[in-house]
Design a protein around this ligand. Structure first.
Ligand SMILES: [Zn+2]
Length: 309
């Protein structure tokens, strides 16, 4: 029994109008195939098909205001009611007060403590991780490690994939393809990958572990700053990536695609209070998806699946 959590930031279930919602306008052969012709929009959920389920995940957690990444990541990765704990939705980074919890009590740390093989598939530059290891999660120079997924990985001791791992296909760039690493970080030895090839690499990592986490954020940044066409392209990239994952996955893998709040589904505004995207693929998808009602439910469901009583 294996689980892959494929986190995509800022994707909610919105309108079925392709003039409004990039997820309704995009060419998504993989997701539409899983959803038997449906687009991942509000009207289509809940859906439980032969191989996959689509559900909306409550990201508001009963708190007023617009859900944000910092508290959302904390809730999603620890199963704790992080929004109430902090008192409000807060982002984009995990608030300092919640960092010890994310580092010490994430699903990665808990699965590892239970003896499971745990992987964080994202590659991060080695120099950044070395600095963070010296400073700890309260450090001032954490940069992108202030996001929940790498912070949880740092706390669990699995933020271990860097340039060499990316080069041999044993890690995946946060942006999916290696373009950013090649262009902005000067890692010219890295192969240029298309999204399906990166997805096959992620499937290989998931095959070698009980629990694998991968996190992607471009969907949220494009939702904030991109054009409608860029929003369409960003979800099409995720679709191609998911296709590669499914192609290379081991038979006992449950793929859990989750987001932390809405944004991309309505480029005319910033974050939304729409339910966050939840797609579950693999044996037992329905039982899992039906109970994934809000952000705090993901961790207990994953641990229950990996560590049956
Ligand atoms: Zn977010």
């Amino acid at each position: 029994m294996r689980v892959l959590i494929l986190f995509v930031d800022g994707v909610g279930l919105g309108s079925s109008d392709p003039a409004v919602n990039p997820l309704a306008a995009a060419d998504l052969p993989v997701l539409r195939g899983l959803l038997e012709g449906r687009a991942p929009v509000a009207d289509a959920a809940p859906f439980h098909g032969a191989s996959a389920s689509l559900v909306g995940i409550d990201a508001t957690l009963g708190v007023a205001g617009t859900p944000q990444s910092g508290t959302g990541h904390a809730a999603l990765l620890t199963g704790e009611d992080a929004v109430r704990m902090f008192g409000r939705h807060q982002g984009p980074w995990v608030p300092t007060a919640l960092r010890p919890m994310v580092a010490e009590r994430s699903v990665l740390a808990r699965a590892k403590a239970a003896g499971l093989r745990v992987a964080f598939a994202n590659a991060y530059p080695e120099e950044l991780v070395e600095r963070a290891a010296e400073e700890g999660v309260a450090g001032r120079r954490l940069g992108p490690l202030r996001a929940g997924p790498p912070m949880a990985a740092l706390g669990a001791g699995v933020l271990t994939r860097h340039t060499a791992a990316l080069e041999r296909g044993d890690a995946v760039a946060t942006e999916i393809t290696n373009d950013g690493w090649i262009r902005h970080l000067g890692r010219t030895s890295l192969p240029r990958l298309d999204p399906p090839a990166a997805g096959r690499n992620l499937a290989g990592i998931a095959r070698a572990h009980d629990l694998t986490l991968f996190a992607h954020y471009t969907t949220d940044t494009v939702g904030h700053r991109g054009t409608f066409q860029e929003a369409v392209a960003s979800i099409e990239k995720v679709d191609g990536f998911l296709g590669g994952v499914l192609e290379g996955r081991p038979g006992d893998l449950l793929v859990v695609v989750v987001s932390d709040h809405g944004n991309l589904e309505d480029p005319s505004v910033q974050h939304t209070r729409n339910p966050a995207l939840g797609v579950v693929v693999g044996a037992g998808h329905r039982e899992f998806a039906e109970r994934m009602v809000d952000l705090t439910r993901v961790v207990p469901l994953v641990l229950e699946r990996l560590l049956p009583a």
